[in-house]
Ligand binder design. Structure first.
Ligand SMILES: *Cc1c(COP(=O)(O)O)cnc(C)c1O
Length: 503
């Protein structure tokens, strides 16, 4: 029989004594400090493969039956993570769109989890709610989209979903919340460029539209939406009895960083009374730069914008942000008032603004660095990332064994082309071979831990891609890249070039 518990003096606790907590906390901070100090001398990623990683973890071990010492566990976890992680905080990390985490943001997340504010309801998070509201407003001010509403979410995908759902509710009528999308007489159609990030497929799928009701509009030679094709497509769909409701303009495409013609898209949205959503998950913060005013013109007319502090504000993951011109569109789309929530209904309760119920305090890390840098500081960081991508583009343009493709915002694309194949690169067999060569080059470079790039596909060509959202990167990091790529490239070329190419 089980012993009767003494609940006056509980025998088990997950709590840690203040002195132990302090000691362990200092130790963790020391380890993080050492990591940050030494990050540039470490490999960008571990050399082990997945099986070896599993071995280090003892991945198949079952759930421990009894407890263990917090100090020991924390020590073990920092060893596992510091010795076997990929570091996007490394100055030579340029893969995908993942930024280095701002150190103040790291501490912000630590503090935030200690307070553990539930920013779903103001009554549970009086100060955190105000800080989030201020953060959202400041993000709008930074990108010249003031007087808006919005909230922080996990990232760009969810921020885009928020705009997508708000658009359906605003354009198909609020009854749809009860009657469902099946009740509509006309099929809803969303428009976006062929370069749009895959969030739109997930959104169309998840929220009942279906991916067949996305019209992918072709792009011009610089990967920007062709707006006359957009208008033609809208006209055809209206004639066919469908209901266009949303156009997505991308401001900083994920492959090459191009910005759709936002001003023209905005005019078309006004003309046909469509919701204008901007996916600025990556590029949105570049709207703060006066030198890019023309490229971002039209942004001020957006009904909603998705923008990621965990990209170009260097917030540690996760921090995305959904902005809307009129916050009532969010409460119209998301609020319910169940009897068990005793909240002031006129009040700012973020549970009414989005998808989540309980919500963490993501805003703190963003709020902190917005003040650490100020508008001027952030503009300079973003500007320098863009200038480094330009440096890379110019560098690869001037080398005879590389071919530079694109430079937009802080993304540069290029590939390795052995000098003797340069004149043949239009040939089908050769271009297939170049794809294979560059693919292997990317894999080997990543494995080496010296740099981390990713890829793009442009006109069926497999292209290397670097995206700099990295405040640690300097010009000498960029200048070191061609030499290393060439060494790998020459070796792979020797190893895998088929005979038929020597004709
Ligand atoms: C990164 C990105 C997304 C997705 O954002 P997550 O933060 O990864 O969810 C969507 N669209 C664009 C243009 C992006 O760059």
């Amino acid at each position: 029989m089980q012993k009767k518990e003494n609940l006056y003096n509980r025998s088990t606790s997950i709590d840690i004594s203040p002195s132990e907590f302090r000691k362990m906390g200092y130790k963790v901070v020391d380890q993080i400090t050492e990591l940050l100090e030494s990050i540039k001398d470490r490999p960008v990623r571990p050399s082990e493969d997945n099986e070896e990683i599993k071995t280090f973890l003892n991945a198949s071990k079952s759930l421990p039956e009894t407890g263990d010492s917090p100090d020991k566990l924390l020590k073990l976890s920092s060893e596992l993570l510091i010795n076997h992680s990929l570091f996007n905080g490394h100055p030579k990390f340029f893969g995908y769109i993942t930024s280095s985490p701002a150190p103040l943001g790291i501490l912000g997340d630590f503090l935030s989890s200690a307070i553990n504010a539930n920013v779903g309801a103001r009554t549970l998070s009086p100060m955190a709610t105000e800080i989030e509201a201020q953060t959202v407003r400041w993000i709008g001010e930074l990108i010249n989209y003031p007087e808006n509403g919005g909230l922080l979410v996990s990232g760009g995908n969810v921020a885009n979903y928020i705009g997508f759902i708000a658009a359906i509710r605003a354009k198909a009528g609020l009854e749809i919340r009860q009657n469902g999308i099946n009740s509509l007489k006309r099929e809803l159609i969303a428009y976006c460029s062929a370069e749009t990030h895959t969030w739109i497929q997930k959104a169309a799928d998840l929220f009942g539209l279906g991916t067949d009701n996305i019209q992918w509009i072709k792009t011009d030679e610089s990967q920007r939406m062709d707006v006359s094709a957009l208008e033609e497509s809208i006209i055809v769909d209206i004639k066919a009895g469908k209901q266009p409701f949303l156009v997505v303009g991308t401001a900083g495409s994920v492959s090459t960083g191009t910005i759709d013609p936002l001003d023209k898209i905005s005019e078309i949205c006004q003309k046909y009374e469509l919701w204008f959503h901007i996916d600025g998950a990556y590029g949105g913060f570049a709207a703060s730069l006066p030198e890019l005013k023309k490229e971002f013109s039209g942004l001020e007319n957006a009904d909603s914008i998705a923008i990621d502090p965990h990209k170009w504000l260097y917030s540690p993951l996760e921090a995305g942000c959904a902005l809307v011109k009129d916050p009532r569109h969010l409460t119209n789309a998301f609020s319910y008032h169940p009897p068990y929530y005793n909240f002031e209904q006129s009040d700012l309760n973020y549970v009414d603004y989005g998808i989540q119920n309980s919500r963490g305090f993501k805003a703190l890390k963003v709020w902190l660095t917005l003040q650490q840098m100020g508008r001027t500081g952030y503009k300079q960081l973003i500007r320098e990332d863009i200038a480094l991508a330009e440096t890379a583009y110019n560098l690869f343009s001037n080398l005879s064994d590389f071919e530079a493709f694109t430079w937009h915002l802080s993304i540069c694309t290029f590939r390795y082309v052995p000098a003797d194949l340069e004149q043949w690169k239009g040939n089908d067999t050769i271009s297939e071979y170049l794809n294979e060569l560059n693919q292997q080059l990317l894999v080997q470079l990543e494995k080496s831990g010296q740099f981390f790039l990713s890829n793009a596909i442009i006109n069926q060509n497999f292209i290397l891609r670097m995206c700099i959202v990295n405040f640690r990167t300097t010009k000498s990091d960029i200048e070191a890249l061609p030499h290393i790529l060439r060494n790998f490239g020459e070796k792979i070329d020797r190893d895998i070039r088929p005979d038929l190419l020597f004709e």
